[in-house]
Design a protein around this ligand. Structure first.
Ligand code: ATP
Ligand code: MG
Length: 360
């Protein structure tokens, strides 16, 4: 059977490969530096070519993948890989987003504060992740912007209630399915914990799906796409969009009948696209810079995913999933999990959310 090729051989590619194995769809992950893979493509006939990331180096291999007629979602990558064109697209489509502006060479802290009506962040247009490539005006000791100001956009600092994300998929026929909104808890710009509780954000689900559907239709998108939102008293604001499977959707491996990885492959290959069953509460905890303790694995219900990467401080090395029909049991697990002190605030916030919503 013909293969699905994935540009990128990180953990997302690895998990797409696992999902393909179960579905019976062979998935080949491709390192952008692999010259041989680029050459082999000239004689191969993949089912389709997708990507696990939106930034890649310009290599012989990536040029071959992008030039292939089976490369999917070219318009989405063109529009979304750069924060400036991404934000411009939200404005063009009338989608709510944090106020922003481009940054010229003569802009300074005061002029940007004035333009955006308060404190702001600079975000590098390309390549930032896990909060890297960001600069916050209220933390700045000097009035000067960083040297990379012209490669950034400026964005109003949002005083949000919480952060949620919507993972959904669309196929070529235009069918769409969505997961339930997931609540995300970050520290220092890096996602630590995601929690999905049915009904918790029911009031926002329709609006989030409307934004998601609008984007996917406009881009003629195929596969899984994720939108991160800020929840504010005035409504949802889009933070950013990822044209791929997403860290905040990892809970679906344990808590949904179809994981986001399987959903992506289904959508791309024309297999039936149905709304996954999501019958209870899910918690996902990222393993950042270190593995889980033995005590975490000794808790009943802990599902460990390990990416096999070289440990480094601040690096996402794996994640833990937990699923239970009851929020109180999800809270009990999260409470019992041995975590490093830098998870203290996000765990406390996640537990508050679980306690607040648990009505059973
Ligand atoms: P990732 O790719 O890991 O999701 P990133 O580095 O691309 O992250 P963002 O998602 O834009 O960056 O920002 C990371 C986090 O920083 C957000 O989840 C949020 O907690 C905070 N943040 C980003 N933009 C704003 C903003 N305008 N106001 C307040 N906080 C923000
Ligand atoms: Mg983000």
């Amino acid at each position: 059977m013909s293969e699905v090729w994935v540009l990128g051989d990180g953990q997302l590619g690895g998990m797409l490969k696992d999902a393909g194995r179960r579905l019976g769809i062979p998935v080949r992950v491709v390192d952008p530096a692999d010259i041989e893979a680029g050459e082999r493509l000239a004689h191969a006939d993949p089912l389709c070519i997708t990507a696990e990331r939106e930034h890649w180096p310009d290599t012989q291999c990536t040029r071959a993948l992008l030039a292939h007629p089976r490369w999917r979602n070219a318009p989405a990558f063109a529009a979304l890989a750069d924060r400036q064109s991404q934000k411009a697209l939200f404005d063009q489509l009338g989608l709510p987003t944090a106020p922003w502006c481009p940054v010229s060479a003569d802009a300074d802290v005061e002029s940007l504060r004035e333009a955006l009506g308060g404190e702001f962040l600079l975000k590098q247009r390309r390549g930032g992740y896990d909060g890297r490539g960001q600069w916050r005006s209220q933390l700045a000791r000097e009035a000067t912007l960083p040297l990379w100001q012209t490669e950034a956009i400026a964005e109003r600092c949002i005083d949000f209630t919480t952060e949620v994300s919507l993972v959904g998929a669309r196929n070529r026929a235009g069918d769409r399915v969505f997961y339930t909104l997931t609540e995300n808890f970050h520290a220092g710009g890096i996602l630590q914990i995601s929690v999905m509780q049915p009904g918790r954000f029911a009031a926002w689900q329709a609006e989030a799906e409307r934004c998601h559907a609008r984007l996917m239709s406009h881009l003629n998108y195929e596969g899984v796409l994720a939108i991160e939102f800020f929840v504010t008293p005035e409504g949802l604001l889009i933070n950013e969009v990822a044209p791929r499977v997403h860290n905040s959707g990892h809970w679906t491996q344990a808590g949904a009948s179809i994981s986001q990885f399987e959903l992506h492959l289904r959508a791309l290959t024309g297999m039936p696209l149905v709304t996954p069953l999501q019958p209870g509460c899910s918690v996902m905890v990222n393993l950042i810079g270190r593995d889980a303790d033995r005590a975490a694995l000794a808790l009943a219900g802990t599902q460990r995913h390990w990416y096999g990467k070289q440990p480094r401080p601040g690096r996402k090395l794996g994640h833990l999933n937990f699923f239970h029909p009851q929020a109180s049991e999800a809270a009990r697990w999260l409470q019992a999990l041995p975590l490093s002190p830098d998870f203290q605030a996000s765990r406390a916030a996640a537990l508050r959310s679980l306690a607040q919503w648990d009505n059973g």
